[in-house]
Design a protein around this ligand. Structure first.
Ligand code: ZN
Length: 329
């Protein structure tokens, strides 16, 4: 019987703590909620390269109204199955690659072009231990504002030491006054924003377009994947036999478009070509078991693709705390 009333020392401590808290009148139940995340960066290794996914923030998109080759009802149904709804909180991600020799940033987020919920890439880069001055090269997937806006702040280059690279086809389209004049009125802002973002680098001769499949720094190559925009490019990164393909805007709404890759989005300049480019890149990634990263998949937007009959299945990366494994004595 006695044993029954002897308190376990651990429980005793917990009770003492509770009594102290209550007794001091400092119950924590009414502590104000913090309502912020940790800084938006996620690190992992790819062979000898360090990859840091950088969040630019999220933006709410009315994806039920934006997706093509489907119906609003169907999109809402699929979102519901994934415990989501429209408007959908949509990530905007960039990726930083430290090859050991070069620091390379793929896409720069929206900067000031998209409202207050985006434009966080620069502060997350700093939280991740780097400075904008450290960046040697910037590879742009395409010149939409949520990918190039972060290149400038108040008209000045945010990355003064970086060489900016993008496809010649993209530059010929988005940086052309003639193309802008010929574009419909509601598209003209896209041209103005692309020009404003790239101009400081063009003027300082830090913009170097490439044509077709091109080796950039050692271990990174550009691959054309046109359709989302004229000149949309993806970037293949390889180190010590491991590879990663950064896919830009080949996909926007993972919950819907992995299973039904024929669904396009109104942002696609050429939806049919965008669907073809997606399937080609996804098939390659399935076959080669390559890691993929994409600008609008839920942060950090990295994982592997599996064949799933008519579509694909996305398996997000496993969390890596980046702790050196303990070596046996
Ligand atoms: Zn985008």
């Amino acid at each position: 019987m006695l044993e029954g009333i002897v308190m376990h020392p651990y429980r005793n401590t917990a009770l003492a703590l509770a009594v102290t808290l209550l007794g001091a009148g400092t119950a924590q139940a009414d502590a104000p909620m913090v309502k912020t995340q940790a800084p938006g960066y996620y690190r992992n290794m790819l062979g000898d390269f360090e990859i840091t996914a950088l969040s630019d923030g999220t933006v709410q998109l009315p994806v039920d109204k934006l997706l093509l080759n489907t119906s609003e009802d169907h999109v809402r149904e699929v979102l519901h199955e994934h415990f989501l709804s429209a408007p959908l909180e949509t990530s905007v991600n960039g990726y930083l690659i430290n090859t050991g020799d070069k620091l390379v940033l793929v896409d720069t987020g929206a900067g000031s072009l998209f409202g207050p919920t985006l434009g966080k890439l620069e502060s997350n880069l700093e939280a991740a231990g780097y400075a904008p001055d450290d960046v040697d090269e910037i590879y742009i997937t395409h010149m939409h504002p949520d990918h190039v806006g972060g290149l400038v702040a108040n008209g000045k280059a945010v990355f003064p030491n970086a060489t900016v690279r993008a496809s010649q086809a993209g530059a010929d389209y988005w940086l052309s006054q003639d193309q802008m004049d010929a574009a419909p009125e509601d598209q003209k802002d896209f041209f103005k924003e692309a020009m404003a973002s790239l101009n400081p680098y063009v003027e300082s001769r830090h913009f170097k377009p490439f044509t077709g499949k091109t080796d950039l720094v050692a271990g990174i190559e550009a691959i054309p994947a046109h359709g989302h925009t004229p000149g949309h490019s993806i970037y293949r990164v390889e180190s010590e036999g491991q590879s990663l393909v950064l896919m830009g805007d080949l996909i926007h709404v993972g919950s819907v478009q992995f299973a039904e890759p024929s669904i396009a989005i109104q942002f696609d300049s050429n939806p049919e070509q965008a669907v073809d480019a997606r399937e080609k890149a996804f098939d390659n990634a399935v076959e080669s078991r390559t890691l993929v990263g994409s600008a609008h998949l839920s942060f950090p937007g990295m994982g592997h693709l599996k064949d799933a009959g008519d579509g694909y299945r996305f398996i997000p990366v496993n969390y890596d705390a980046m702790v050196e494994p303990v070596k046996p004595e």
